[in-house]
Design a protein around this ligand. Structure first.
Ligand SMILES: Nc1ncnc2c1ncn2[C@@H]1O[C@H](COP(=O)(O)OP(=O)(O)O[C@H]2O[C@H](CO)[C@@H](O)[C@H](O)[C@H]2O)[C@@H](O)[C@H]1O
Length: 942
């Protein structure tokens, strides 16, 4: 030991010396042992712990570097994943050719990986295996992965924060620019308005003079606004010569502010003639008007009394009297007026903008809340089978999975195993070991505990009867999936292409068009990529296509096909325009070669995908009209360039084109229809039955932005469930006025429908008469593709419009804006369909707080729950009852529901109002069904 003069305590110095000796001794022993065993490397201390310094020893002589004068260690931690280091080694004082250096072990390390080199290009990498030492008592691999993910999460958070800041800055800049532009616009408008009014005033001033001989004059002759002046009037000069009193009724600047000066005139002494005078403040007005620059002309008449009492006037032969204000500044007035208007415009604009912003914020908030509530309802709705605690799964947390096999295929099994993973079974740590579930002390469920990685975005699980498998409950092949929140990874986007012949609002014939648009928007909202391919009909509603431009041209099927691209409701759409004119026929359907036209379109669409180098994951086709996509794809494209894609086929209505539907059922990878009940109803149909195994019923949703009473330009008062009564009253009034119905508080039934057999025409007619009998009003909006039915309704309309002109209106046309007003203004919406795959009308009605009256069929059965009978069934869906329904397809059936509804209107308004509020709060958007479609798309790709 050396005495360095600093270590003054001799006992401490002694202690340190002993420690050092001990250390040297231990290292010597280790060196000897390792040398004997032929090990090139050892470290001290032997057990390496995190957050400590260690010394690594390297025997140069045993290495490829034995002749090298310099030795450097190059290393990193945790399988080379974490930090790196390069440190020079020094020759140690140990016997033999041992070189060493100190290395810090970070607290996150579970192992240290390293090689040695000569500072140049000669390496000893342990025969390509590298060297490593294990760190004891710190993190394990799993912890470390989580640590890395946590770091990533923090990084993402920071990134998001910076992004938000940038966006805020940009928004601020944008606002500033908008503000400048708005100011300029308001200034320009103010100037224009003033120029106009000043022009008029100038014209007017041509009539003004400084005095009229023997009639009136003003003293002093030079004055300006705000001065006190004396106006003289010779009473004998006009019709007031006999009056006992003389008054002036006056104003200024062409009577701009109306009558603002009135005063009684006093008889002037010492004057020839019958002169009267009054003192006038020019302009003599209340304080707020007194602004010196403002009066450029005085206007008045003389009268025999005050404004209230006067009966006789001298109004200068109907010209009134007008005096020039000699020192007035016309320019000053112009500037003043302009400023006034400008300030008013600015104040109005600010008010408007802040109202708009508040509204937009509220809309967003409501959407987010609805979505969260729906997810929760969905998770709770399967609680009798499976749920997690907590219900919201957060990435990085530990959760308990509960499962009750009683009503599943695993009922009665002695063991239940949970098999799980994440991110659709693709997680990097997959497979996770199956876990045997243990009984939960307080309930009928079994439970298992699962650690959720930080990079999870979805938890996947199934249950089995044994560790190795055996019988599975995999939710009919779809597996159980629960979204994981707050993770560092997002689901990779899928590319979905819809090939369809209808699309709302540019080519909408019925509900199919609505679904193509709204489903696509919902899926796009979930960060997937969606394109739509549509024929370019000459009858497209181009008003709703943004950025329409020519995209490319290709040849197929013996003709040139021009492709146009554009945006519709925020969706990317490709329009195919074959130059053979197949879609220049003024309509979507209704030609005798519809099948041929759409068959051509389907093939052309696939060809466009191929030639355009698209690689969609899913091609989604709809009904008979794009059914050919399914087999054309299999025959000509699946193995010839579009191999990644899978075909999903949705039946919106089995009533039309059944053979084509049957064929698409066979060739598609997955098929759906638009409600579970309709799926059941048609499951035995020969077009469906052979392929029932790939067939699913997924309920339609409606687009909450397109149908939104809080942001609807077609209704008079915007409303949410909070002011539903007020909103609907206003809409009802507007509707009655627009259609010329009696403006009265009566129960109003709305019917919005294509008029075809499916929609229950005889029941619609019956309901109209029944409603009228019960004192209500009826509005029907609908049109019939079949001329006979259309004529039939025209006759009915004539009959009703003559006998019940103030209570019934049949609008036999297609009118989207009117449909919005009906959804909002009706108390009830009637849908008495004979069959109904889903039905959107009842869903839209509820969004607007109208109560559906529906027949219990197909999707109507799945969405309308009777207030008297369906409480339990509704609860099974996590819902409260929301309407009136009926079974029979006859008059008695309709009456049963309709009578109860109308009676509730007459006898239970309070209750009915609360029902309106309730139905508005139910979520019939795509929030939930879109998740099911994504499940299905993924299942199609398996
Ligand atoms: N005259 C008119 N003026 C304005 N708007 C009018 C109108 N007549 C109808 N509409 C509107 O058209 C849509 C019709 O929706 P439906 O669900 O009744 O569809 P449809 O029977 O056509 O479609 C099929 O496809 C859809 C979608 O899958 C299924 O819901 C349905 O059960 C199935 O029959 C609604 O948005 C409605 O408001």
């Amino acid at each position: 030991m050396s005495y360095d003069g600093k270590t003054r305590d001799p006992f401490l110095a002694l202690k340190l010396e002993r420690e050092e000796n001990l250390r040297t001794e231990e290292i010597n022993k280790l060196a000897e042992k390792n040398f004997k065993e032929g090990n090139k490397v050892f470290c001290y201390p032997e057990i390496v712990r995190p957050d400590e310094d260690i010394e690594i020893f390297f025997n140069r002589n045993l290495s490829t570097l034995k002749d090298e004068p310099a030795i450097v260690i190059m290393g990193a931690y945790n399988d080379w994943k974490w930090k790196s280091f390069n440190i020079n080694l020094n020759k140690s004082r140990l016997n033999g050719d041992w070189w060493s250096c100190q290395v810090r072990v970070p607290e996150e390390a579970y192992r240290i990986d390293f090689v040695f080199h000569n500072g140049n290009d000669l390496y000893d990498n342990n025969d390509e295996r590298d060297f490593h030492v294990t760190v004891d008592g710190g993190m394990d691999v799993f912890d470390f992965e989580n640590f890395l993910l946590e770091e990533k999460r923090l990084e993402q958070e920071e990134f998001a924060r910076q992004k938000a800041e940038r966006e805020k800055e940009e928004e601020g800049k944008r606002r500033k620019e908008a503000d400048i532009a708005a100011k300029e616009a308001d200034r320009a408008q103010a100037r224009a308005e003033v120029a106009k009014s000043m022009g008029a005033l100038k014209e007017f001033m041509k009539r003004a003079v400084t005095s009229v001989n023997n009639v009136w004059y003003i003293e002093p002759s030079e004055f300006e606004g705000g001065d006190k002046v004396r106006l003289y009037y010779d009473k004998s000069s006009g019709p007031l010569s006999e009056a006992t009193e003389i008054w002036i009724h006056g104003g200024y600047n062409g009577w701009k502010e109306g009558l603002s000066i009135f005063s009684k005139l006093i008889k002037a002494k010492n004057k020839d003639g019958d002169w009267y005078y009054t003192d006038v403040l020019a302009p003599l007005v209340t304080l707020e008007f007194v602004l010196p620059d403002r009066a450029v002309v005085l206007d008045w008449v003389f009268a025999d009394g005050s404004p209230q009492r006067a009966t006789l006037f001298d109004n200068n032969r109907r010209q009134d009297f007008h005096a020039i204000v000699p020192k007035a500044s016309f320019e000053g007035l112009t500037l003043f007026e302009e400023e006034q208007i400008y300030n008013k415009l600015q104040a109005e604009r600010r008010l408007r903008e802040s109202a708009m912003q508040a509204k937009a914020e509220k809309t967003t908030r409501m959407k987010v809340e609805t979505k969260a509530k729906t997810l929760k309802t969905f998770l709770l709705s399967q609680k009798h089978i499976v749920y997690t605690d907590p219900l919201d799964i957060q990435a990085g947390s530990t959760i308990t999975v509960f499962y009750n096999p009683t009503n599943t295929v695993l009922s009665g099994k002695s063991e239940i195993w949970l098999r799980y993973s994440f991110n659709r079974w693709t997680h990097r740590l997959d497979p996770f070991a199956p876990q045997m579930m243990i009984p939960d002390e307080n309930g009928s469920h079994l439970k298992a505990i699962v650690k959720v990685p930080l990079d999870a975005y979805l938890m996947d699980f199934v249950f089995s009867e044994s560790k190795d498998g055996g019988v599975f409950d995999n939710k009919n092949g779809m597996d159980y999936h629960i979204p994981v929140l707050g993770g560092v990874m997002k689901e990779p986007p899928m590319h979905i292409v819809h090939i369809a012949v209808e699309m709302a609002p540019i080519a909408k014939i019925g509900g199919l068009g609505d679904v193509v648009t709204s489903l696509s928007r919902a899926v796009q909202d979930m960060n997937h990529n969606v394109d739509i391919i549509l024929p370019k009909y000459d009858c497209l509603n181009f008003d709703h296509v943004k950025d329409l431009k020519f995209h490319k041209s290709y040849f197929w099927g013996g003709t040139e096909i021009k492709v146009w691209s554009g945006k519709v409701e925020g969706l990317s759409v490709y329009f195919l325009e074959p130059q053979n004119g197949l879609f220049w026929v003024g309509c979507v359907y209704g030609r005798n070669n519809d099948g041929e036209r759409f068959g051509f379109f389907c093939h052309a669409a696939l060809e466009f995908l191929l030639q355009g180098g698209f690689h969609p994951d899913i091609i989604h086709c709809h009904d008979w009209s794009s059914a050919p996509v399914a087999w054309l794809f299999k025959d000509h494209y699946r193995h010839y360039g579009l191999s990644k894609a899978r075909v999903v086929f949705t039946i919106h209505n089995l009533e039309y084109g059944a053979p084509l539907i049957a064929k698409a059922m066979e060739f598609s990878d997955k098929a759906t229809t638009v409600s579970p009940t309709y799926a059941r109803e048609i499951s035995g149909n020969p077009s469906i039955a052979p392929n029932i195994f790939k067939f699913h019923g997924i309920l339609n949703g409606i687009d909450p932005d397109i149908w939104d009473p809080y942001n609807d330009k077609f209704i008079p008062v915007s409303y949410t469930s909070e002011n539903v009564v007020e909103g609907k009253n206003a809409a009802k009034g507007a509707l009655q006025q627009r259609l010329g119905l009696r403006r009265d508080d009566l129960p109003l039934i709305g019917i919005i429908s294509r008029l075809t057999h499916q929609k229950g025409i005889h029941l619609i007619k019956h309901a109209i008469w029944r409603t009228l009998e019960r004192g209500g009003q009826v509005i029907l909006l609908g049109s019939a593709p079949d001329h006979r039915i259309q004529n039939d309704f025209i006759n009915l309309a004539n009959q009703l419009h003559s006998s019940y002109n103030d209570r019934a209106r049949l609008c036999l046309s297609y009118d989207e804006p009117l449909s919005h007003l009906i959804y909002a203004g009706a108390d009830f919406v009637l849908i008495p369909s004979i069959f109904e795959p889903c039905g959107l009308t009842q869903l839209t009605a509820m969004r607007y707080g109208s109560i559906p009256i529906a027949r219990k069929t197909g999707g109507l059965y799945d969405t309308v729950f009777d207030v008297d009978h369906d409480k339990e069934r509704a609860q099974g869906h996590g819902l409260e009852p929301n309407g009136f329904n009926f079974d029979g397809a006859d008059a008695a059936g309709v009456d049963y529901a309709l009578n109860r509804a109308i009676s509730a209107w007459y006898d239970g308004r309070e209750w009915l109002n609360s029902l309106c509020k309730r139905v508005m709060e139910q979520d019939w958007s795509w929030n939930r069904p879109a998740l099911s479609y994504l499940e299905l798309y993924h299942a199609a790709r398996k």
